[in-house]
Each structure stands twice: as structure tokens, then as C-alpha cells.
Design a binder for this molecule. Structure first.
Ligand code: NAD
Length: 428
């Protein structure tokens, strides 16, 4: 979310401008790709349980669809802004291109706090969001999915409203649906597991064994939980997680130097990824300030919460032991922090590569829905591993050959693919 002076869209544009210079792009191509092709802003009136009406602000941004229908999540957040949605839609374009799936970039959001809404109010909000954009989204134009604070249940309400409006079944319209109702096995694990597939490959390249490594994680939601699960299965130790405390409106880091227990923490975590601080302390976890995760003595940092977490100021607190940063979140690292990180020689697995497992599995979900035939979990995760691994290898090969920072190499590959599609269509 854009907080204070931080603007994620300006950051996304700055990253794009850098790669546009590297690729020597002409002005029309830059103009086309620096901004979303289309965006929608709308009001969503919702009848509350007490009979009153509240009007929520909703957005959908379609950054680029030269390679296929737009694809991207819908976020519910009190600090949602159009610039966050624009940035995330642009990053989605690059993300789909870097893993080479035939989709473009989209993103949506609503300014709201689901903690304050009943189930029925959330359902009306989801249906209201669809009513505002039902003619501008669809399985062949723009396919939404869950993101921060939206769930499979939200997706199902949205699908139901879309199908009611259009009078037929369109299971490929939205992804992240519940399994058994058009969802794909493996989707819940996909983003977190995808992050770890790329960490595994990075460690291979650096000649480090996963069981010799320690990681510090920011966030304890969907991405973080499954990343921790697979990383610990590979033998790694997670020493802390940090998360948002809704009651105190601040974040805390929970640390156990001998290694956190995923099961133990899951049992005291709410569905928004918030840990019960009293119970955590009873279980022997130290409670530290929210940004302490970044300063831990760890080999791997996994930011898996929000954007703008590793910036010029916080990057200075990073331990010299850090060798790998695997960006589970979108936009966690700012361009000024990149300068410090590059200087220290830290291996960065950039967000739109590291967390592309979610959209890749969403694409698999769409494929399965369109065939009306569903794969086993092993099949889904096997195909996911292949896609993520080959994307990682392509980026790291280019980084090595052209002596590029990993983020720049990933940008060169994805922006080139999108530019080629725009040129082939005769747009620029
Ligand atoms: P989530 O809502 O399940 O979890 C978010 C977590 O971040 C929660 O534990 C919350 O407490 C924590 N958090 C929020 N503010 C914080 C703060 N200031 N400090 C520390 N922790 C904080 O969300 P998620 O689905 O796990 O997504 C996390 C990130 O990954 C987001 O940037 C999202 O865009 C990105 N992402 C998610 C997916 C996916 O499939 N879920 C895919 C790609 C990218």
C-alpha cells in the first residue's frame, strides 16, 4: 500500500525505465508499457447487516494483454490505492512473461478492512465488485484471483455473481476457487512452494546445502506458511516470522533461535496470518519489534508480507551473513535498497520470479477448468516445479552471461517477451 511518501507505481515505473534503457526501447514502446492500458475506478454500495449502506471504493487495472488475457489478484486492504493496483498489474505482466505463460497483467482492489465486515457483508462486497466490472473482465479478457485478505470463498461469490449476470457457467473466469468447485489442487501451496523451488536452485548455484542454512521470514500468511513448510522439509531452519497485530495496529517478530515450529504457530494464528502474541510467548517465542526479522543472523531473508519493507534505511540493518533474498511479497525491495544489496553481493530472487508460482498454478487451474478435467496434486506441483525451475535457470544464466543483477536479468527476459508480442501485433 502506498504509505507516506512511498509510491509503488513510481517504483515499478523506475524499474521499467531502467530496463527500457538497457534494451534501448523506443519512445512509443516506453509510453505503452509505463502505464496500464486500461483501468476502472468505481463505487460499490453495500447494504450492511444493520440496514445502513456503506460505499466502498474499488479498482481494476489491466496493464498489458499482448501475450494473453490479463491475470491478477484482488486485494482487500484499508490502505489500498490506485497506484498500488497499477504497480501490481504491471508486475503481473512481467511475472506471467518471465515464467512464459500466455497471460497479461491485471490487478484489482477494494479499500476496506475485512476484519470489520461480517461474512454476509463480505459476500455483498464481492458481488458488488463484480457488478461494477462484469462487462470488462471475463475468461477471455481478464481473470481475477485472490490476493492479500481475499480467499477462495471470496472468489466463489465473485464467480457466482459473474455467472448469474452472464447466464452460463464460466469456471475459467476466476482462479483460486475452492477445490471441488473448480479450484486446482496445489494452488494453496503454489506461491510459497514456488518461492522455495527458486531458493533450492539458488543454493545449488551458490554451492550451499539447504540444511546448512537459516532463514528469517516476514509475514505469516499463505505465502510465508507454505514457504516455511517446504523449506524446512528441505532441511532449512526458520528462526523467526513477523506479522501484523490487528489489535495494536503494529507488527511484531516472533523468534525462537533453535527454530520455529510451523505446526505450533499455525495453531495460534488467525485466518489473516496474525499470531496470538500471548500464546506465542507462552510457547517460548521472544517477541521483538516488527522490523527485527530483517536484522537476524540468517543466510536467507524471505520477505512475504508487503511492499517497501527493504528500503535504503532498513537494508542497512541486514546481517552480513545474508546471502540470498527470496522475494515472496510483491515489491518488498526498493530501488535504493537494491543499490546496497548489489554492493554487498547478495543473490536476489526477484519478486516477479520468486512468487510466480501462484499465477502459474492459477494458469493451470484455468487450463483444467477449460478442459473440465482435473489433475492430481502431484501432477500440479510437478508441472509447477518444472516451470519455476526453468524460469529460474533462464534468468540466472542470463545474469551470469551478461553480468547482470538477477532483478535486471529477469526484467530483460520478461520485458523483451512483452515488447515482442506488442510489436508482432503491430501495436508499436
Ligand atoms: P496474507 O494476507 O495471507 O498474509 C500476509 C501476512 O503479512 C500476514 O501474516 C500479515 O500479518 C503480514 N503482515 C501484514 N502487514 C505486515 C507488516 N507491516 N509487517 C509484518 N507482517 C505484516 O497474504 P499472502 O497471500 O501471503 O501474500 C503476501 C505477499 O505475497 C503479498 O505481497 C502478495 O501480493 C504476495 N503474493 C501472494 C501470492 C499468493 O498466491 N497468495 C502470489 C504472489 C504474490
Amino acid at each position: 500500500m502506498a504509505r507516506g511518501s512511498f509510491n509503488p507505481f513510481e517504483m515499478a515505473q523506475k524499474q521499467f525505465d531502467g530496463v527500457a534503457d538497457t534494451l534501448g526501447l523506443d519512445q512509443p514502446t516506453r509510453d505503452l508499457l509505463r502505464w496500464p492500458m486500461r483501468e476502472y475506478h468505481f463505487n460499490i454500495p453495500v447494504r450492511m447487516d444493520d440496514g445502513s449502506v456503506r460505499v466502498f471504493r474499488g479498482f481494476r487495472s489491466q496493464h498489458n494483454d499482448a501475450r494473453g488475457p490479463c491475470k491478477g489478484g484482488i486485494r482487500f486492504h484499508p490502505q489500498e490505492t490506485i497506484d498500488t493496483v497499477r504497480a501490481l498489474s504491471m508486475w503481473m505482466t512481467w511475472k506471467c512473461a518471465v515464467v512464459d505463460i500466455p497471460l497479461g497483467g491485471g490487478k484489482g482492489g477494494v479499500i476496506c478492512d475485512p476484519h470489520d465486515l461480517s461474512e454476509r457483508e463480505q459476500e455483498r462486497l464481492c458481488r458488488g465488485w463484480i457488478r461494477q466490472v462484469a462487462r470488462n473482465v471475463g475468461p477471455l479478457s481478464d481473470v481475477p484471483a485472490p490476493d492479500v485478505m481475499t480467499s477462495p470463498q471470496h472468489m466463489l461469490w465473485m464467480l457466482d455473481e459473474f455467472e448469474t449476470i452472464h447466464g452460463a457457467k464460466y469456471p475459467g473466469f476466476i482462479t483460486g476457487k475452492p477445490v471441488g468447485l473448480g479450484g486446482s489442487l496445489g494452488r494453496t501451496e503454489a506461491t510459497g512452494y514456488g518461492v522455495v523451488y527458486t531458493i533450492r536452485e539458488a543454493l545449488k548455484e551458490l554451492g550451499i546445502r539447504p540444511d546448512d542454512t537459516v532463514a528469517a521470514v516476514q509475514g505469516f500468511g499463505n505465502v510465508a506458511q507454505y514457504a516455511i513448510q517446504l523449506y524446512t522439509q528441505l532441511g532449512g531452519t526458520v528462526i523467526c516470522v513477523s506479522c501484523w497485530d490487528q489489535a495494536e495496529q503494529t507488527s511484531y517478530t516472533y523468534r525462537k533461535k533453535s527454530g520455529i515450529s510451523l505446526e505450533e504457530l499455525l495453531a495460534i494464528t488467525d485466518r489473516y496470518g496474525g499470531i496470538d502474541k500471548g500464546k506465542a510467548q507462552d510457547l517460548g517465542y521472544e517477541r521483538l519489534p516488527g522490523d527485527a526479522w530483517l536484522a537476524q543472523d540468517a543466510d536467507i531473508l524471505i520477505p512475504a508480507a508487503l511492499e517497501n519493507q527493504i528500503n535504503a534505511e532498513t537494508a542497512q540493518k541486514m546481517s552480513p551473513r545474508v546471502k540470498v533474498i527470496a522475494e515472496g511479497a510483491n515489491g518488498p525491495t526498493t530501488p535504493d535498497a537494491d543499490v546496497i544489496i548489489k554492493d554487498r553481493g547478495v543473490f536476489v530472487i526477484p519478486d516477479f520470479l520468486a512468487n510466480a508460482g501462484g499465477v502459474t498454478c492459477s494458469y493451470f487451474e484455468q487450463v483444467q477448468c477449460n478442459m473440465n478435467y482435473f489433475w492430481t496434486k502431484d501432477e500440479v506441483l510437478g508441472k509447477l516445479d518444472q516451470k519455476m525451475t526453468s524460469a529460474f535457470i533462464a534468468v540466472s544464466d542470463l545474469a551470469r552471461k551478461r553480468k547482470l543483477f538477477m532483478r535486471d536479468a529477469a526484467y530483460v527476459i520478461s520485458v523483451s517477451r512483452v515488447v515482442d508480442a506488442c510489436r508482432a501485433r503491430g501495436w508499436v
